[in-house]
Design a protein around this ligand. Structure first.
Ligand code: CO
Length: 483
């Protein structure tokens, strides 16, 4: 390093981070298509390119969890567990990573501890190496069960801090949170910037502070939505961040991540050089490009989500939420209300204790904002989830609720302050008996736990398919699992 000689020989001086190759998590099989094409990439579309992806040398490939589970069952009529096993078969050298919503697992409400533990156990058993666990309120009580379960299964437990802006979210807040995450048994920390709010120079400040406060690795996850993401990565890497999340260029930028190839080229010949083979990356991009063209043609990929949306910095709305709002309003024939709803989002957020906007708080705030605008009066129509958040059922928010709004929504109903899952009795046995007739593998009860109706529809579909293929086999199965 050129400036090494200039550095004073003083142990107390904050040292420049030692430059080392930057590690990369590839998101094309999870976040990239979740952010751009409503999570519609199928297993069949993924498998032919796995062998090449496996040769790149990624730190990990994020390929499961988040919305992929729901979308597989609901729209693609695929078993998500089967996808995971097939990916595991294909990736011989690369760690597989998933996104996990803390006590909400991959669903939209808090589950009992026994379901969380079993889900972590089965994720590990089917091939997951790294579980990125987050909570939409950064209430660490909602993460403890999943972290402890991951420790027990000997998979890497990464705890993500849901990054957001607001008066409560100071540098001290993040440093304190990071220290508590390290203490709770996490193997690494992710700064999860789902809306692309982290600006380049703030990244320097944040990463430097975190690297000085904890010993475990720091990973940065951001979205291109506001257009600053690749600059943010550059500054974060210079400040010593260990891993960054990128997506192959055909499904990069816009509401997705910065492009893998661009970051690889950026660091070439520097101490941060990934050493990746650009030719190989180019071949992988060639594979995905027709998929992108097709999505553009069919309308699945909305050009609105591709450009720079600087409004995301003003409204702090994550990319996935932007595309959800677009389709929600389209369904209600109220597309003209788009910007009105966007302006309502930060107001609702403030009323609800200024939480970060990430699943499920993003859906709760987004849907309530739509209702407030389309309904013509604020909080005239209130969702069950809005009431639950105000009752403390999702955990503690950093800021207090708007008392007036709380009164209008839940009146004098009792609120809770304990860890929400403490009030949820074990659920697995009940769930197992409810869905016994459909069970073909241990994991089915977990699909059912998360999305009861959608899972049963899928089980019916699966049974019909099997009967089509081999009627005797289906008969055998029915015998083995009497209703
Ligand atoms: Co993301």
């Amino acid at each position: 390093m050129a400036d090494k000689a200039k550095k004073p020989n003083n142990q107390n001086t904050a040292a420049q981070p030692a430059a080392k190759p930057i590690k990369i998590t590839e998101t094309i099989l999870r976040d990239a298509h979740q952010s751009l094409i409503a999570t519609r990439m199928s297993t069949e579309q993924m498998l032919p390119i796995v062998e090449k992806l496996d040769k790149v040398g990624y730190h990990s490939v994020e390929c499961w969890g988040g919305a992929t589970f729901d979308a597989s069952l609901r729209f693609l009529k695929e078993d998500p567990w089967d996808r995971l096993r097939k990916l595991r078969d294909g990736f011989k050298n690369t760690k597989l990573q998933m996104l996990f919503r803390g006590q909400n697992i991959l669903g939209y409400r808090p589950y009992a501890d026994d379901v969380v533990e079993y889900f972590v156990q089965k994720s590990a058993a089917n091939g997951i190496d790294i579980i990125r666990i987050f909570d939409c309120l950064n209430d660490l009580r909602n993460l403890q069960t999943a972290v402890t379960a991951a420790n027990k299964e000997k998979v890497h437990a990464q705890v993500a801090m849901s990054y957001t802006l607001g008066s409560a979210y100071t540098l001290e807040y993040w440093v304190d949170l990071a220290k508590r995450i390290e203490e709770m048994g996490a193997d690494s920390i992710c700064i999860k910037d789902m809306a692309g709010l982290l600006l380049p120079y703030q990244a320097t400040e944040l990463v430097t502070a975190l690297k000085g406060a904890v010993k475990i690795p720091i990973q940065l996850h951001t979205h291109y939505t506001s257009g600053v993401a690749s600059m943010t990565y550059l500054k974060a890497v210079e400040a010593g961040v260990d891993v960054i999340d990128t997506a192959m260029s055909p499904f990069a930028l816009g509401t997705s991540q910065p492009a893998t190839e661009v970051m690889v080229e950026t660091f070439k010949g520097t101490p941060y050089d990934t050493g990746f083979d650009s030719q190989l990356l180019d071949e992988i991009a060639d594979y995905f490009r027709p998929m992108r063209d097709e999505a553009l043609e069919s309308g699945l990929l909305n050009p609105k989500n591709m450009g720079v949306n600087i409004k995301t910095l003003l409204y702090q709305v994550p990319g996935g939420m932007l595309s959800n709002l677009t389709s929600q309003l389209k369904d209600m024939h109220a597309e003209d209300k788009y910007y009105e709803v966007l302006e309502e989002v930060p107001k609702v957020r403030k009323d609800l204790g200024e939480p970060p906007l990430v699943t499920p708080s993003s859906q709760i705030v987004g849907t309530q904002a739509v209702m407030n605008i389309v309904g013509g009066e604020r909080y005239k129509m209130v969702t069950k989830e809005t009431k639950d958040i105000l009752s403390g059922k999702y955990g503690a928010t950093v800021k207090p609720f708007n008392e007036e709004v709380k009164k209008k929504c839940i009146g004098d109903a009792e609120t809770i302050t304990c860890r929400p899952a403490d009030l949820i009795p074990d659920e697995l046995d009940t769930l197992r008996s409810e869905m016994a007739q459909w069970s073909e593998q241990d994991e089915d009860v977990l699909s059912y736990a998360l999305f009861p109706q959608v899972a049963v529809d899928f089980f019916k579909y699966r049974q019909a398919q099997e009967q089509k293929v081999d009627p005797t086999l289906a008969d055998e199965k029915n015998k083995a699992y009497p209703a």
